[in-house]
Design a protein around this ligand. Structure first.
Ligand SMILES: [Zn+2]
Length: 479
């Protein structure tokens, strides 16, 4: 095999990364990479366990002289987000990624690179292959389906783990040590209605140009939520006109702040409704931040739809859109600048006789999530909706004392001469799930720098990989 990273350091880590990049490994397609890992372990006589969800655990004994040290758990996820540019031919079920190096970054031609979290896989393989000559016993856990709900981490049998300290390698900034994360859940509120024959004039309303972003990490960015803005526009229109919603579509991912939303309305006078909405949109535009300066509202007459909601059901839908608390709901009392509790109405969609509103709620505190569920249940009841809560995952509360974190910070300082920053994030990590199964485990989440993850512009900073590998090499002999 020819390596595009030939001549670059750390050679063994990069070579392993290139090898696994030839194995397709989108979420729910991890059997191939699990085969690869099992074969790797067999060839080296390492103890290995693969479970029904293709999680793989490989155990390596301590290096000579380190036998009396407590074991260490290292962990990363094998699956990657599969995104490609429209003009690229690539079959994520079959084709190897086409890697290249440019300006100190490793990238894939027209596709995601999967350094999130393939670099963790490569690091663990290099380590298991003898890349760090002095280290305690290591339990390397390769999990699956992280990107689609942490499924692998949820399913794993943690009675197999003896370590009580974990280095998770799914963070994307060298120089930042993540020491806590939010938990969360999804809530689908569904309004079932009896469709009525369409009557009146049809107005197609499109709201677009917002910046969006991750509904956890970017929730405090001040960026507007397209679904919520649509609620606000319709709430302004509803008292002025006999309004019937025919269709509503906004957002595409429940974990992203929606950038666009469109509605098909039945109104007595489409021109008058468009004028009112345009006026309200102009006032909204005054409030929005610089990120959302491309915000625009387009109102067009359109062909009548087949059916519509009653005025009463429309009022319920508009109430739900407008009245559900959204955005940053509470800040942390302990960590300055950290969002503690948030909610985002990520997706609204219409089906036959029903309209569904998908909320993503986040908090590191279980009691807060429980209360949020009850709140949404109450609101759903008032609006005549059913509520289904699912995909819940636990958070990871910041621990004031963490010997592993201290040791990592010290190693980072020795290697780089500068201090790493400790951070708590308002997004989910597998650490929350693992910590819920291994109470009291001492954890950090770290990794080299990557940019634009989950997009075809994903880029891995090779200089940061070298530094990160040196930090691990400094840290592990001391653990
Ligand atoms: Zn990841």
């Amino acid at each position: 095999m020819e390596y595009v990273t030939a001549g670059l350091e750390p050679a063994d880590v990069l070579r392993w990364f290139e090898r696994i990049s030839a194995v397709p490994r989108g979420s729910y397609n991890e059997a191939g990479i699990a085969d690869f890992l099992v074969a790797f372990a067999r060839e080296r006589g390492l103890e290995c366990h693969r479970d029904a969800t293709d999680n793989v655990l490989i155990q390596a004994p301590a290096t000579p002289g380190m036998e009396n040290r407590p074991p260490l758990l290292l962990q990363g996820h094998t699956d990657m987000v599969c995104e490609k540019n429209r003009d690229v031919e690539h079959d994520f079920l079959r084709d190897p990624l086409s890697l290249y190096v440019q300006g100190g970054f490793l990238r894939a031609r027209g596709t995601t690179l999967g350094a999130d979290d393939g670099i963790a896989v490569a690091m663990m393989l290099a380590l298991l292959d003898g890349g760090i000559p002095r280290r305690p016993a290591c339990e390397c856990l390769f999990t699956t389906a992280e990107e689609v709900g942490l499924d692998g981490a949820h399913a794993f049998d943690y009675s197999r783990i003896s370590a009580r300290r974990l280095i998770n390698m799914d963070s994307e900034e060298l120089g930042v040590v993540t020491a806590g994360c939010a938990g969360g859940l999804r809530s689908d509120l569904t309004l079932q209605y009896r469709p009525e024959p369409f009557a009146g004039e049809c107005l197609h309303v499109q709201l677009k140009g917002l910046m969006g972003g991750h509904s956890g990490e970017n929730i405090n960015s001040g960026r507007a939520n397209a679904n919520k803005l649509m609620g606000r526009l319709l709430a302004a229109l509803e008292p002025e006109a006999e309004l019937h919603l025919a269709r509503l579509e906004g957002g595409s991912k429940d974990n992203a702040i929606p950038r666009e939303c469109e509605a098909w309305l039945a109104v007595p006078d489409a021109a008058a409704a468009a004028e009112l909405l345009t006026g309200e949109a102009a006032r909204i535009a005054q409030e929005l931040g610089a990120d959302d300066r491309r915000f625009e509202l387009i109102c067009e007459d359109c062909e009548p739809q087949a059916c519509m909601m009653s005025a009463e059901d429309t009022r319920r839908a508009v109430a739900l859109l407008s009245c559900a608390a959204n955005g940053v709901l509470e800040m942390s009392r302990d960590v300055p600048g950290l969002v503690e509790y948030s909610r985002s109405l990520g997706v609204v969609r219409s089906g036959e006789g029903e309209m569904t509103f998908v909320f993503s709620t986040r908090s590191a505190m279980e009691a807060r999530l429980d209360a949020s569920v009850r709140e949404l249940d109450l609101l759903a009841g008032l609006c005549g909706c059913t509520a289904r809560h699912h995909s819940r995952y636990p958070g990871w509360s910041y621990a004031a004392a963490s010997p592993l974190r201290d040791a990592y910070l010290a190693a980072y300082r020795r290697v780089t001469g500068s201090d790493a920053r400790v951070n708590v994030i308002h997004a989910g990590l597998e650490c929350g799930v693992i910590g819920s199964h291994l109470p009291g485990i001492d954890m950090i989440s770290v990794g080299p720098t990557m940019h634009n993850i989950h997009s075809p512009d994903e880029a891995l900073d090779l200089g940061s990989v070298a530094v990160f590998w040196r930090v691990l090499g400094d840290l592990l002999p001391r653990l």
